[in-house]
Design a protein around this ligand. Sequence first.
Ligand SMILES: [Zn+2]
Length: 294
Amino acid sequence: MEAEKHYGPVWFLSGEKGGRYPSCNAIFIKGPNILIDPTATRERLEQIHDEEGVSEVWLSHVHEDHIRHLSLFADCPLGVSREDAPGVTDIELLLDSYGATGNIREYWHQYMLDKFDYHPRQVSRILQAGSVIDLGGITVDVIGTPGHTPGHLSFYFREQEILFLADYDLTKFGPWYSDRGSSIADTVRTIELLRKWPARVWMTSHEMGILADNPGELWDNYLKIIDIREEKLLDLLAEPRTLQEIIRACIIYRIPRKPESFFDLGEEGHMRKHLEKLIAEKRVYREGNKFVRV
Ligand SMILES: [Zn+2]
């Protein structure tokens, strides 16, 4: 994975280990000097800050890894979607959006301060899904791509024909839809929208990085992970199970991992989404504190 690649004014800045979580890849738009997701590496962002100057920071969405080095740009106007904006203004609102409670919330609160340098910020520009922003010869489509978070945005650079997918990252881990405002149905709709979007180059926030060929079956594999998770859950529900038993089955992370307070957040969040879906489809029902397969 190359550390950095320039497509005219669109610069792809690679995160550590190819943008593997908790790192992240970033985009810098040279000319208007807009940084999308203040991530990549702190060293490279410091350099860009000092040598290029950054006029504005935009966020694809508000998750801890995508705001990791936001504090380097304390004086820059900040653009984010309306739906995701609250989490950047107040850590408690971000933890609310994660659905974090009890010990898990305490853990994540500290983790965001220690690892992601969380500082509350005011939002200066609401990035409107469906809008087209003319940056003087660089035309950017702001694409509403809810599911991962309710206000997740992807960006299309028309002249360069580059589609920045952000966290629809095509990884083997699969799509993330654990937050309170996340949705499996929206995730599926968004993936269908993105896979049909005509582009020449695709960029992701994590691991895949740059794809010069149409992702094609990578989209199928990515979508399939949602079904595999559901099948595993239905298999587990051959016997009625409590939510705690379902969490301990590690359907999302596959094997038990430490610290539990970190991994349980996503494990529980995803399982809740699948249970809600299956209950709505009348394939599962609740009896006392147990979930029962029909
Ligand atoms: Zn994310």
